[in-house]
Design a protein around this ligand. Structure first.
Ligand SMILES: [Fe+2]
Length: 300
């Protein structure tokens, strides 16, 4: 990982990058995402994305169209399954918020992502990257944690690496099938919700030692939210091994905690980073985020 600050001139915009933590992450200063990016600028941002895994582009004021246009530089922006909380004018933007409207109804997803996971891991083509635009930040809490899954893989013992080579994780969207998670009381009709999700998204298998499609590096690819077991090994032994791998992957030395500022656009590489929301804020201390998600590749 590049670990020094850099200034980029000779692009359509002059901007700089600065590392955010020891584990991963960089902030980009001086870039305006409401302006179209030339190919050289995009290429520099993409290189930083692949190198730092988590990028925070500071001080943005972007419209829904701007956010979608920037996201589309990285691939196909997916419509969201949860239509209740997408912007009516822009169904590719999901609203995360604890705010309510004049009728007292929720205006966004309020309890998403509270366990370690990577986005769309329950699909055959898990998400490539996710973008969150901080429209309004609460006065406290609301941080997002990330773990570096390259580092998690690189620090496994030779014995464990040999053991997981060729094994696949079983991934499920359903919390009902997952002994490592609990169901939030804030979600109405959770049992019916997850039963319906189970029929729409059958369980999928992904290599535990996943190869990142762009960097070619190996990643420890599992999470407590979506990985419900291991295929190719006995259930009890698989459960013990999965618990060990999960405990390893969330060690403090692999983590970066992002404390949000209004106007941050944070993007992360779901192929080599796990993340979780940390909560710690309550209505009427309002948080509003706009999210886009870019389609990824089948795993190998
Ligand atoms: Fe997520």
């Amino acid at each position: 990982m590049t670990t020094t600050a850099a200034t980029f001139e000779g692009h359509s915009q002059v901007f700089e990058s600065r590392p955010l933590g020891d584990a991963m992450g960089a902030e980009i200063l001086g870039l305006d995402l409401s302006l179209s990016l030339d190919d050289t600028t995009f290429s520099t941002i993409n290189d930083a994305f692949l190198s730092y895994q988590v990028l925070c582009i500071r001080n943005q004021k972007v419209s829904p169209d701007d956010l979608i246009e920037f996201s589309e530089r990285f691939g196909e922006v997916l419509p969201h399954d949860n239509r209740r909380f997408t912007l009516k004018s822009h169904p590719k933007i999901l609203v995360l918020s604890n705010d309510v409207d004049e009728n007292g109804d929720q205006t966004g997803v309020i309890d998403g992502g509270d366990g370690w996971h990577t986005d769309h891991q329950f699909k055959t083509h898990p998400a490539k990257c996710t973008f969150l635009y901080s429209v309004k930040n609460p006065s406290q809490g609301g941080a997002t944690d990330f773990t570096n899954q390259y580092a998690a893989y690189d620090t496994l013992s030779d014995e464990i690496r040999e053991k997981i080579e060729g094994l696949r994780g079983i991934h499920s969207i359903s919390k009902l099938k997952n002994k490592r998670v609990t169901i939030s009381g804030a979600r109405d009709g959770a049992v019916e919700f997850y039963r319906k999700q189970e029929t729409e998204h059958p369980d999928v298998f992904h290599p535990l030692a996943r190869i990142h499609p762009e960097t070619g590096r190996k990643v420890l690819y599992c999470s407590p939210r979506f990985t419900i077991g291991l295929h190719g090994i006995g259930e009890d032994e698989g459960d013990r091994l999965l618990d060990e791998l999960i405990a390893h992957s969330v060690k403090k030395e692999f983590r970066y905690r992002h404390h949000w500022q209004d106007g941050d656009v944070v993007m992360w590489d779901n192929r080599c980073v796990n993340h979780r929301a940390t909560g710690g804020y309550e209505y009427p201390d309002i948080r509003i985020m706009h999210r886009t998600t870019v389609e990824g590749e089948a795993t190998s």
